[in-house]
Design a protein around this ligand. Structure first.
Ligand code: SAH
Ligand code: SF4
Length: 453
């Protein structure tokens, strides 16, 4: 979501003459877009700011001004404290105020011109107006695959999580606004959309008739857009998988057959302490229903190990759940205590070495499952959407329906094309294959050269 937000900030600043750059040493303004979800991410912000301060001072010696802005959830959580701790920061802005950025930049320039070093601009309220109503309607992004935020915020209040405090209450964008943004992306060459939301399947936006619709019907509407080949969405919550969404997975070719459905833990006791609002049985039932609608659906997941009071038995239950589901991919984290969340004050915090040991065992099992999943791709044929050029001449790199990177020698094809590919090789992070045309493999000229050599 921060990638999406950063792109939108760039778009809203374009009329002021700003364009994205590569090097902070040449930049008139640097925006750090920050994440507060775990302690490690947050800690990085101040060390990065220290580095930017040096650049700002060096540029000032040469007569150049540098505006430093901190956006995102650390900005939201720290607010005024950040301006105190790092007074060289000019702007601190929370995730729901990005549309006000041009005005904030003007204020920062005025403060600086007046020599007012204590004039840092702070915008961390949750405005009544939606930033999405103020972003430019046309997207300037180029590329084959793009993110599109359809929902933000969360009302679920899992006891470990900062999102409801930093991103605010759950909000769904209206259908027409999403469709218009999707159409402008597709007109610019985008062929794959990843719909984003902290709880993307809690989506309940208004359609043109003023009725609320869920993610399933929204996916159906987007699938009608000519030229849009693939739709993905993330992150879903197990409680919000409804029958409409399950049916959409069965009916829509454009809806890719992989689903990120975080469970966090395989122990009912821990799920309850986390306030997840579902148990293991209901999670497994949801997976079963989805697999019944779309048998080739693959699942990915998030796990937290070492939540307060997690016992060996609880942890073993998580491993059992993983063995039952058989994931294609997963992210896993050590529980990180976040200030202001209920779990931070819970008794029986788990020692770091126990978390380390559990994480290593969990990741070993998940890695095994990921390898098995990738190996099952061997000898199969699927569509690959080419995203970029490969390192060798004539080689393109694309994505399988399951989001695996696939390397193919495909002369005559271009980025943005889709081709049928037979998978021949499998490494940890990528697959290799040959083109299939008219039902037959197209020989790879490089392989032939190697053979004759
Ligand atoms: N809405 C999604 C998750 C969004 S946060 C859901 O409910 O599943 C992304 C992931 O970060 C979470 O799935 C969780 O695994 C991890 N995470 C969030 N807070 C955390 C914390 N305090 N410590 C460790 N991991 C955390
Ligand atoms: Fe955080 Fe997801 Fe729980 Fe919301 S549902 S509080 S975003 S973990």
């Amino acid at each position: 979501m921060n990638v999406y937000d950063s792109a939108r900030m760039a778009e809203i600043l374009a009329p002021l003459g700003y364009a994205p750059g590569d090097d902070p040493e040449d930049a008139d303004m640097v925006i750090l877009n920050t994440c507060h979800i775990r302690e490690k991410a947050s800690d990085k912000v101040y060390s990065e700011l220290g580095r930017l301060r040096k650049i700002k001072d060096a540029r000032a010696e040469n007569g150049h001004q540098t505006v430093i802005a901190v956006a995102g959830c650390v900005a939201q959580a720290e607010g005024e404290e950040m301006l105190r701790r790092a007074p060289y920061v000019d702007i601190v802005l929370g995730p729901q105020t990005y549309h006000r950025l041009p005005e904030m930049v003007a204020r920062a320039h005025r403060a600086s011109a007046a020599g007012n070093r204590a004039g840092g601009v702070l915008e961390t309220d949750f405005p009544v107006e939606s930033k999405f109503d103020h972003f430019p309607p046309k997207r300037s992004e180029t590329g084959v695959s793009a993110f599109l935020s359809i929902q933000e915020g969360c009302d679920k209040f899992c006891t470990f999580c900062v999102v409801p405090y930093t991103r605010g209450a759950e909000f769904s964008r209206p259908v027409a606004q999403i469709v218009a943004e999707a159409e402008s992306l597709v007109a610019g060459g985008v062929r794959e959309l990843t719909l984003l939301g902290q709880n993307v399947n809690a989506y309940h936006g208004l359609d043109d008739g003023g009725h609320e619709i869920g993610l399933g019907p929204l996916a159906r509407r987007l699938a009608e857009i000519d030229g849009l080949a693939r739709i993905r969405y993330t992150t879903s919550h197990p409680r919000d998988v409804d029958d409409d969404l399950i049916a959409a997975h069965g009916d829509l070719d454009a809806l890719m057959p992989c689903l990120h459905l975080p469970v966090q833990s395989g122990s009912d006791r821990i799920l309850e302490a986390m306030n997840r609002g579902h148990d293991v049985e209901s999670y497994l039932r949801t997976i079963e229903k989805l697999r019944a609608a779309r048998p080739d659906l693959a699942f990915s997941c998030d796990f937290i190990v070492g939540f307060p009071a997690e016992s060996d038995t609880d942890f073993e239950a998580t491993l059992d759940l993983i063995r039952k589901v058989e994931y294609a991919q997963a992210y896993s984290f050590k529980y990180s205590s976040r200030p202001g969340t209920p779990a931070a004050n819970m008794a029986l915090q788990v020692p770091e070495d126990v978390k380390d040991e559990r994480l290593a065992r969990l990741q070993a099992l998940l890695m095994e499952q990921m390898n098995v999943f990738n190996e099952t791709s061997l000898g199969t044929t699927f569509d690959v959407l080419f995203e970029r050029l490969g390192r060798h001449e004539g080689q393109l790199v694309g994505r399988s329906p399951y989001n695996q990177a696939v390397h193919v020698t495909a002369p005559g094809y271009a980025v943005g094309d889709m081709a049928s590919v037979f998978v021949e090789t499998c490494k940890t992070h990528s697959l290799g294959g040959v083109l299939i045309e008219d039902g037959r493999p197209v020989p790879d000229p490089r392989a032939e050269e190697r053979l004759s050599a």
